[in-house]
Design a protein around this ligand. Structure first.
Ligand code: ATP
Ligand code: SF4
Ligand code: MG
Length: 357
Protein backbone atom coordinates (compact mmCIF):
# COMPACT_ATOMS: atom_id res chain seq x y z
CA UNK A 1 0.00 0.00 0.00
CA UNK A 2 1.52 3.34 -1.03
CA UNK A 3 0.67 6.66 0.62
CA UNK A 4 0.55 7.55 4.30
CA UNK A 5 -0.75 5.14 6.95
CA UNK A 6 -2.89 7.87 8.50
CA UNK A 7 -4.32 10.88 6.72
CA UNK A 8 -6.37 13.52 8.46
CA UNK A 9 -8.27 15.97 6.28
CA UNK A 10 -9.87 19.19 7.57
CA UNK A 11 -10.85 17.56 10.86
CA UNK A 12 -13.20 19.75 12.90
CA UNK A 13 -14.94 19.17 16.24
CA UNK A 14 -17.41 21.58 17.82
CA UNK A 15 -19.00 20.65 21.15
CA UNK A 16 -22.46 22.22 21.57
CA UNK A 17 -22.89 24.13 24.83
CA UNK A 18 -26.24 23.19 26.38
CA UNK A 19 -29.39 22.12 24.57
CA UNK A 20 -30.30 25.55 23.20
CA UNK A 21 -34.06 24.79 23.42
CA UNK A 22 -34.90 28.49 23.76
CA UNK A 23 -32.05 29.78 21.59
CA UNK A 24 -31.89 30.21 17.84
CA UNK A 25 -28.23 29.26 17.63
CA UNK A 26 -26.47 27.00 20.12
CA UNK A 27 -23.04 28.28 21.18
CA UNK A 28 -20.26 25.77 20.56
CA UNK A 29 -16.79 25.04 21.87
CA UNK A 30 -14.51 25.05 18.85
CA UNK A 31 -12.19 22.32 20.11
CA UNK A 32 -10.63 21.41 16.73
CA UNK A 33 -10.77 23.50 13.55
CA UNK A 34 -9.76 22.34 10.09
CA UNK A 35 -6.83 20.14 11.13
CA UNK A 36 -4.96 18.22 8.41
CA UNK A 37 -1.83 16.06 8.64
CA UNK A 38 -0.52 12.67 7.67
CA UNK A 39 1.63 10.01 9.31
CA UNK A 40 3.81 7.56 7.39
CA UNK A 41 4.35 3.95 8.45
CA UNK A 42 6.98 3.82 11.21
CA UNK A 43 6.93 7.59 11.76
CA UNK A 44 6.33 9.64 14.92
CA UNK A 45 4.28 12.80 14.59
CA UNK A 46 4.11 14.90 17.73
CA UNK A 47 1.28 17.29 18.53
CA UNK A 48 2.17 20.06 20.93
CA UNK A 49 0.38 23.09 22.33
CA UNK A 50 -0.95 24.69 25.49
CA UNK A 51 -3.68 23.17 27.65
CA UNK A 52 -7.08 23.26 25.96
CA UNK A 53 -5.76 23.72 22.40
CA UNK A 54 -7.49 20.53 21.21
CA UNK A 55 -4.77 17.84 21.36
CA UNK A 56 -6.83 15.20 23.17
CA UNK A 57 -9.85 15.93 21.01
CA UNK A 58 -7.73 15.15 17.94
CA UNK A 59 -6.72 11.85 19.61
CA UNK A 60 -10.35 10.99 20.36
CA UNK A 61 -11.35 11.80 16.79
CA UNK A 62 -8.57 9.56 15.44
CA UNK A 63 -9.78 6.69 17.62
CA UNK A 64 -13.39 7.44 16.66
CA UNK A 65 -14.26 7.85 20.32
CA UNK A 66 -16.07 11.04 19.26
CA UNK A 67 -17.60 11.83 15.90
CA UNK A 68 -16.22 14.79 13.93
CA UNK A 69 -18.27 17.86 13.07
CA UNK A 70 -16.43 17.88 9.76
CA UNK A 71 -13.45 16.39 7.94
CA UNK A 72 -12.16 12.85 7.51
CA UNK A 73 -9.74 10.34 9.02
CA UNK A 74 -8.30 7.86 6.51
CA UNK A 75 -6.35 4.72 7.39
CA UNK A 76 -4.48 3.32 4.40
CA UNK A 77 -6.76 5.46 2.26
CA UNK A 78 -10.03 4.21 3.82
CA UNK A 79 -12.33 6.73 5.50
CA UNK A 80 -13.05 5.29 8.97
CA UNK A 81 -16.42 7.08 9.12
CA UNK A 82 -17.74 4.80 6.39
CA UNK A 83 -16.67 1.52 8.04
CA UNK A 84 -19.40 -0.95 8.93
CA UNK A 85 -19.30 -3.17 12.04
CA UNK A 86 -16.85 -5.88 10.87
CA UNK A 87 -14.51 -3.50 9.09
CA UNK A 88 -14.54 -1.19 12.10
CA UNK A 89 -13.70 -4.13 14.35
CA UNK A 90 -10.74 -5.03 12.13
CA UNK A 91 -9.60 -1.42 11.97
CA UNK A 92 -9.67 -1.13 15.78
CA UNK A 93 -6.98 -3.81 15.92
CA UNK A 94 -4.66 -1.51 14.01
CA UNK A 95 -4.93 1.59 16.21
CA UNK A 96 -4.40 1.63 19.95
CA UNK A 97 -4.18 4.35 22.53
CA UNK A 98 -1.96 4.96 25.55
CA UNK A 99 -3.43 7.38 28.08
CA UNK A 100 -1.88 9.98 30.34
CA UNK A 101 -2.86 8.51 33.66
CA UNK A 102 -2.10 4.79 33.77
CA UNK A 103 -3.79 4.51 37.16
CA UNK A 104 -7.24 5.62 36.08
CA UNK A 105 -7.03 3.90 32.69
CA UNK A 106 -6.23 0.43 34.18
CA UNK A 107 -9.01 -1.57 35.80
CA UNK A 108 -7.96 -1.76 39.49
CA UNK A 109 -9.63 -5.15 39.96
CA UNK A 110 -7.77 -6.93 37.15
CA UNK A 111 -4.20 -8.21 37.32
CA UNK A 112 -1.56 -6.85 34.95
CA UNK A 113 -1.78 -10.11 32.99
CA UNK A 114 -5.56 -9.85 32.59
CA UNK A 115 -5.29 -6.18 31.60
CA UNK A 116 -2.73 -6.71 28.85
CA UNK A 117 -4.36 -9.80 27.33
CA UNK A 118 -7.88 -8.32 27.40
CA UNK A 119 -7.63 -6.64 23.94
CA UNK A 120 -6.73 -10.00 22.34
CA UNK A 121 -9.53 -11.78 24.21
CA UNK A 122 -11.97 -9.28 22.74
CA UNK A 123 -11.12 -10.83 19.38
CA UNK A 124 -10.36 -14.48 20.13
CA UNK A 125 -10.76 -16.96 23.00
CA UNK A 126 -7.50 -17.85 24.70
CA UNK A 127 -6.83 -20.89 26.85
CA UNK A 128 -5.15 -20.36 30.24
CA UNK A 129 -1.72 -21.36 28.95
CA UNK A 130 -1.99 -19.19 25.86
CA UNK A 131 -3.05 -16.25 27.97
CA UNK A 132 -0.12 -16.66 30.33
CA UNK A 133 2.38 -17.05 27.49
CA UNK A 134 1.02 -13.93 25.79
CA UNK A 135 1.11 -11.92 29.03
CA UNK A 136 4.70 -13.02 29.67
CA UNK A 137 5.75 -12.03 26.14
CA UNK A 138 4.07 -8.64 26.35
CA UNK A 139 5.60 -7.90 29.75
CA UNK A 140 9.04 -8.84 28.44
CA UNK A 141 8.44 -6.50 25.46
CA UNK A 142 8.09 -3.58 27.82
CA UNK A 143 11.02 -4.60 30.01
CA UNK A 144 9.03 -6.15 32.88
CA UNK A 145 9.37 -9.52 34.50
CA UNK A 146 6.61 -12.05 33.63
CA UNK A 147 5.99 -12.57 37.38
CA UNK A 148 4.42 -9.11 37.41
CA UNK A 149 1.40 -10.51 35.55
CA UNK A 150 -0.18 -11.48 38.88
CA UNK A 151 0.01 -7.99 40.36
CA UNK A 152 -2.86 -5.52 40.61
CA UNK A 153 -2.28 -1.94 39.35
CA UNK A 154 -2.12 -0.76 42.97
CA UNK A 155 0.86 -3.08 43.50
CA UNK A 156 2.86 -1.47 40.66
CA UNK A 157 4.89 1.76 40.49
CA UNK A 158 3.81 4.61 38.20
CA UNK A 159 6.42 3.64 35.59
CA UNK A 160 5.38 -0.01 35.74
CA UNK A 161 1.72 0.94 35.34
CA UNK A 162 2.57 3.00 32.27
CA UNK A 163 4.51 0.02 30.87
CA UNK A 164 1.43 -2.14 31.44
CA UNK A 165 -0.60 0.46 29.51
CA UNK A 166 1.92 0.24 26.66
CA UNK A 167 1.94 -3.59 26.79
CA UNK A 168 -1.86 -3.54 26.48
CA UNK A 169 -1.58 -1.21 23.47
CA UNK A 170 0.96 -3.59 21.90
CA UNK A 171 -1.13 -6.73 22.44
CA UNK A 172 -2.85 -6.56 19.07
CA UNK A 173 0.38 -5.60 17.23
CA UNK A 174 -1.10 -2.31 16.03
CA UNK A 175 0.24 -0.28 13.12
CA UNK A 176 -0.41 2.99 14.97
CA UNK A 177 -0.33 4.01 18.62
CA UNK A 178 -1.84 7.28 19.78
CA UNK A 179 -0.09 8.32 22.97
CA UNK A 180 -1.88 11.18 24.73
CA UNK A 181 0.45 12.71 27.35
CA UNK A 182 1.72 9.16 27.90
CA UNK A 183 4.70 10.20 30.03
CA UNK A 184 3.42 13.44 31.57
CA UNK A 185 2.47 11.87 34.90
CA UNK A 186 5.89 10.26 35.37
CA UNK A 187 9.05 11.68 36.89
CA UNK A 188 11.91 12.59 34.58
CA UNK A 189 14.01 9.42 34.87
CA UNK A 190 10.99 7.16 34.32
CA UNK A 191 9.92 9.40 31.42
CA UNK A 192 13.27 8.77 29.75
CA UNK A 193 12.90 4.98 30.21
CA UNK A 194 9.43 4.97 28.69
CA UNK A 195 10.45 7.20 25.77
CA UNK A 196 13.41 4.94 25.00
CA UNK A 197 11.12 1.93 25.23
CA UNK A 198 8.73 3.48 22.70
CA UNK A 199 11.60 4.30 20.34
CA UNK A 200 12.94 0.71 20.62
CA UNK A 201 9.50 -0.79 20.00
CA UNK A 202 9.07 1.47 17.01
CA UNK A 203 12.36 0.25 15.53
CA UNK A 204 11.57 -3.40 16.20
CA UNK A 205 7.94 -3.39 15.08
CA UNK A 206 7.72 -0.42 12.69
CA UNK A 207 4.86 1.11 14.68
CA UNK A 208 3.75 4.67 13.86
CA UNK A 209 3.08 7.05 16.73
CA UNK A 210 0.94 10.12 17.14
CA UNK A 211 2.55 11.46 20.27
CA UNK A 212 0.68 14.19 22.11
CA UNK A 213 2.45 16.28 24.70
CA UNK A 214 2.61 19.79 26.13
CA UNK A 215 6.28 19.16 27.00
CA UNK A 216 8.67 20.42 24.35
CA UNK A 217 11.62 18.49 25.81
CA UNK A 218 9.74 15.23 25.28
CA UNK A 219 8.67 16.26 21.78
CA UNK A 220 12.21 17.20 20.77
CA UNK A 221 13.41 13.81 22.02
CA UNK A 222 10.88 11.56 20.35
CA UNK A 223 9.45 13.39 17.35
CA UNK A 224 10.38 13.34 13.71
CA UNK A 225 7.77 15.91 12.76
CA UNK A 226 5.89 18.24 15.03
CA UNK A 227 2.49 19.90 14.63
CA UNK A 228 2.01 22.97 16.82
CA UNK A 229 -1.63 23.65 17.74
CA UNK A 230 -3.14 26.89 18.92
CA UNK A 231 -6.83 27.14 19.84
CA UNK A 232 -7.89 24.16 17.78
CA UNK A 233 -5.77 24.82 14.69
CA UNK A 234 -2.35 23.70 13.48
CA UNK A 235 -0.24 26.86 13.12
CA UNK A 236 3.08 25.24 12.17
CA UNK A 237 4.03 21.71 11.09
CA UNK A 238 7.72 21.02 10.54
CA UNK A 239 10.56 18.56 10.90
CA UNK A 240 11.46 18.44 14.58
CA UNK A 241 15.06 19.67 14.17
CA UNK A 242 14.07 22.54 11.90
CA UNK A 243 11.27 23.62 14.23
CA UNK A 244 13.50 23.81 17.29
CA UNK A 245 16.41 25.39 15.39
CA UNK A 246 14.25 28.02 13.69
CA UNK A 247 10.64 28.36 14.74
CA UNK A 248 8.76 30.46 12.17
CA UNK A 249 5.26 30.98 13.57
CA UNK A 250 5.34 33.60 16.37
CA UNK A 251 3.42 31.20 18.64
CA UNK A 252 5.93 28.38 18.07
CA UNK A 253 8.70 30.83 18.82
CA UNK A 254 6.98 31.90 22.01
CA UNK A 255 6.44 28.28 23.11
CA UNK A 256 10.11 27.45 22.59
CA UNK A 257 11.18 30.68 24.27
CA UNK A 258 9.04 29.88 27.31
CA UNK A 259 10.54 26.40 27.77
CA UNK A 260 13.45 26.25 30.23
CA UNK A 261 16.75 25.79 28.38
CA UNK A 262 18.83 22.95 29.87
CA UNK A 263 21.86 23.89 27.77
CA UNK A 264 23.21 27.29 28.99
CA UNK A 265 25.10 27.81 25.71
CA UNK A 266 21.78 27.77 23.86
CA UNK A 267 20.43 31.29 23.87
CA UNK A 268 16.85 32.06 24.73
CA UNK A 269 14.95 33.56 21.84
CA UNK A 270 12.68 35.73 23.90
CA UNK A 271 11.68 36.80 27.40
CA UNK A 272 8.37 35.76 28.93
CA UNK A 273 5.37 38.11 28.87
CA UNK A 274 1.82 37.55 30.00
CA UNK A 275 -1.12 36.40 27.92
CA UNK A 276 -3.92 33.88 28.35
CA UNK A 277 -5.25 31.52 25.70
CA UNK A 278 -8.60 32.99 24.54
CA UNK A 279 -11.83 31.00 24.97
CA UNK A 280 -12.62 28.42 22.27
CA UNK A 281 -16.31 29.37 22.74
CA UNK A 282 -15.76 32.81 21.32
CA UNK A 283 -12.32 32.71 19.67
CA UNK A 284 -10.76 35.90 18.28
CA UNK A 285 -11.56 36.67 14.65
CA UNK A 286 -8.88 36.22 11.99
CA UNK A 287 -5.72 34.70 13.45
CA UNK A 288 -6.66 33.47 16.93
CA UNK A 289 -3.18 34.39 18.18
CA UNK A 290 -3.54 38.07 17.30
CA UNK A 291 -4.45 39.38 20.79
CA UNK A 292 -1.10 38.01 22.07
CA UNK A 293 1.04 38.55 18.98
CA UNK A 294 3.34 41.59 18.82
CA UNK A 295 3.72 41.17 15.06
CA UNK A 296 -0.04 41.42 14.41
CA UNK A 297 -1.17 43.68 11.57
CA UNK A 298 -4.68 44.76 10.62
CA UNK A 299 -5.24 41.73 8.39
CA UNK A 300 -4.55 39.38 11.31
CA UNK A 301 -7.76 40.60 12.98
CA UNK A 302 -9.83 39.83 9.89
CA UNK A 303 -8.59 36.80 7.93
CA UNK A 304 -7.67 33.33 9.20
CA UNK A 305 -4.16 32.74 7.83
CA UNK A 306 -3.89 29.61 5.64
CA UNK A 307 -1.09 27.07 6.11
CA UNK A 308 1.56 28.08 3.57
CA UNK A 309 4.48 25.82 2.55
CA UNK A 310 8.01 27.13 3.23
CA UNK A 311 11.26 26.28 1.45
CA UNK A 312 12.24 23.52 3.93
CA UNK A 313 8.89 21.72 3.61
CA UNK A 314 7.27 23.03 6.79
CA UNK A 315 3.88 24.70 6.68
CA UNK A 316 3.12 27.88 8.62
CA UNK A 317 -0.11 29.85 9.13
CA UNK A 318 0.93 33.48 9.57
CA UNK A 319 0.12 36.54 7.45
CA UNK A 320 3.44 38.19 8.36
CA UNK A 321 5.92 35.31 8.45
CA UNK A 322 4.37 33.20 5.68
CA UNK A 323 2.20 35.46 3.51
CA UNK A 324 0.15 33.47 0.99
CA UNK A 325 1.05 34.27 -2.62
CA UNK A 326 4.35 35.94 -1.63
CA UNK A 327 7.40 34.12 -3.03
CA UNK A 328 9.65 35.49 -0.24
CA UNK A 329 8.54 32.72 2.11
CA UNK A 330 10.17 30.26 -0.30
CA UNK A 331 13.63 31.56 0.65
CA UNK A 332 15.52 29.06 2.84
CA UNK A 333 14.52 29.32 6.50
CA UNK A 334 17.70 30.96 7.84
CA UNK A 335 18.66 33.97 9.96
CA UNK A 336 18.71 36.31 6.95
CA UNK A 337 15.31 35.28 5.62
CA UNK A 338 13.60 38.27 3.97
CA UNK A 339 10.55 37.91 6.21
CA UNK A 340 12.38 37.50 9.54
CA UNK A 341 15.97 38.67 8.94
CA UNK A 342 17.31 38.59 12.51
CA UNK A 343 16.69 36.47 15.56
CA UNK A 344 13.01 36.62 16.31
CA UNK A 345 11.29 39.37 18.22
CA UNK A 346 12.36 39.75 21.83
CA UNK A 347 8.88 40.79 22.83
CA UNK A 348 7.22 37.45 22.10
CA UNK A 349 6.46 34.81 24.59
CA UNK A 350 3.98 33.00 26.72
CA UNK A 351 4.20 32.02 30.33
CA UNK A 352 6.67 29.25 30.96
CA UNK A 353 4.48 27.55 33.55
CA UNK A 354 2.33 25.85 30.94
CA UNK A 355 5.07 24.37 28.83
CA UNK A 356 8.15 22.95 30.45
CA UNK A 357 11.02 20.60 29.89
N1 ATP B 1 -16.62 16.41 25.81
C1 ATP B 1 -16.43 17.72 25.76
N2 ATP B 1 -17.48 18.56 25.83
C2 ATP B 1 -17.30 19.90 25.75
N3 ATP B 1 -16.09 20.50 25.60
C3 ATP B 1 -15.03 19.71 25.52
C4 ATP B 1 -15.12 18.28 25.60
N4 ATP B 1 -13.87 17.76 25.49
C5 ATP B 1 -13.03 18.82 25.36
N5 ATP B 1 -13.72 19.98 25.37
C6 ATP B 1 -13.16 21.34 25.23
O1 ATP B 1 -12.44 21.35 24.01
C7 ATP B 1 -11.26 22.12 24.15
C8 ATP B 1 -10.06 21.24 23.80
O2 ATP B 1 -9.93 20.24 24.80
P1 ATP B 1 -8.81 19.11 24.74
O3 ATP B 1 -9.06 18.19 25.86
O4 ATP B 1 -8.77 18.56 23.39
O5 ATP B 1 -7.50 19.99 25.00
P2 ATP B 1 -5.98 19.53 25.24
O6 ATP B 1 -5.13 20.27 24.27
O7 ATP B 1 -5.90 18.04 25.23
O8 ATP B 1 -5.69 20.09 26.71
P3 ATP B 1 -4.75 19.47 27.87
O9 ATP B 1 -3.32 19.80 27.49
O10 ATP B 1 -5.20 20.24 29.10
O11 ATP B 1 -5.02 18.01 27.97
C9 ATP B 1 -11.22 22.63 25.58
O12 ATP B 1 -11.74 23.94 25.58
C10 ATP B 1 -12.15 21.67 26.30
O13 ATP B 1 -12.75 22.31 27.41
S1 SF4 C 1 -1.08 35.95 11.44
FE1 SF4 C 1 -0.67 37.90 12.48
S2 SF4 C 1 -1.39 37.62 14.58
FE2 SF4 C 1 -1.21 35.59 13.65
S3 SF4 C 1 0.81 34.90 14.22
FE3 SF4 C 1 1.04 35.88 12.23
S4 SF4 C 1 1.55 38.00 12.68
FE4 SF4 C 1 0.79 37.14 14.57
MG1 MG D 1 -5.35 16.60 26.68
Amino acid sequence: MSGPLLKVENLTKHYPLGSGIFKKTIPVIRAVEDVSFSVEAGETLCIVGESGCGKSTVARLLMRLVEPTGGRVLIDGTDIAGLKKDALHAWRRRMQMVFQDPYSSLNPRLTAGQIITEPVENFERLGRRQRQALAADLLRNVGMSPEMMHRLPSELSGGQRQRVGIARALALRPSLIIADEAVSALDVSVQAQILNLLLDLQQQMGISFVFISHDLGVVEYIGRRVAVMYLGRIVELAQCEALFAKPVHPYTEALIAAAPVPDPTRARLATPVEGEVPSPINPPTGCAFHPRCPLAVERCRIDVPPLVPMADGRVVACHVRAPAGDARHLAPVTGDHPLYPVAMSDTLSIRASRVHR
